[in-house]
Design a protein around this ligand. Structure first.
Ligand code: PXP
Length: 250
């Protein structure tokens, strides 16, 4: 079964709007786990716009599912990650002006920095995933750099405006999954996924983890985070079963 990673950054976004104590992302994480989250993800950004250092420390003490820390390769953040010891880090590109992570990492261009960071994480017993666009050269560079996982950027899938565009992106993602798995990489996916578009992706790709944030936190505003996570888990489960049934009869 595909594992669900719930990104709770935007609970902290609401808190930071007033620089107050609520809503607490640590409480959100516990409720997300009760709703069925397999992984809790937070992005400790260099500008600390949502998640704060204290949140990461408290999450490490209170979350016993996989904790996945999204981060850049900035030395200060790498040190925090190594001291906190999440089960996994996902390296992402980070720009000050962006609203959210925009593109995948350019592993080809930043190979040395990324390889050095991966070595430190491996020495500390932390798994490393690289958030990349579905391109063969980025996959090959990720493998060379020593990552265990890649997370394929699904932003173009989420933004596809019609069926033809969506199918073209799915084909690209499928080819990327195959190439990565052939090289020995484990494959995750995420970004821009919603209750409306997750089903087709689950049916189309053989991946291990899906990482979803904004859509789950948005629904949580109305139904609560435990229910929002549980509804997403159900959707993933149903589409996974549908895929298995389709395969067994074809
Ligand atoms: N995966 C990565 C690497 C991300 O940077 C993000 C956004 O923080 C997500 C997944 C989740 O994206 P979304 O909030 O659009 O679901």
């Amino acid at each position: 079964m595909i594992q669900l990673g719930v990104n709770i950054d935007h609970v902290a976004t609401i808190r930071q709007a007033r620089r107050t104590f609520e809503p607490d992302p640590v409480t959100a994480a516990s409720l997300a786990v009760l709703g069925g989250a397999d992984i809790i993800t937070v992005h400790l950004r260099e500008d600390r716009r949502h998640i704060q250092d204290r949140d990461v420390r408290l999450l490490r003490e209170t979350i016993f599912t996989k904790l996945n820390l999204e981060m850049s390769t900035a030395p200060e953040i790498v040190d925090i990650a190594i001291n906190t010891k999440p089960e996994q880090v996902t390296l992402v590109p980070e720009k000050r002006q962006e609203i959210t992570t925009e593109g995948g990492l350019d592993v080809v261009f930043q190979k040395k920095t990324i390889t050095d960071a991966i070595k430190k994480f491996k020495d500390a017993g932390i798994l490393v995933s690289l958030f990349i666009d579905p391109e063969e050269r980025q996959i090959a560079a990720s493998k060379d750099a020593g990552a265990q996982y890649i997370e394929l950027h699904t932003g173009n899938y989420a933004n596809a405006r019609d069926e033809a565009a969506r199918n073209a992106v799915i084909e690209k993602l499928r080819a990327a999954v195959k190439a990565a798995q052939k090289s020995g990489l484990r494959v995750n996916a995420g970004h821009g996924l919603t209750y409306q578009n997750v089903g087709l992706l689950v049916e189309s790709l053989d991946i291990e983890e899906l990482h979803i944030g904004h859509s789950i936190v948005s629904r949580a505003v109305f139904v609560g985070i435990k229910q929002a996570v549980s509804e997403m888990k159900d959707l993933i489960f149903r589409h996974h079963i549908q895929k298995q049934q389709f395969r067994s009869i074809s």
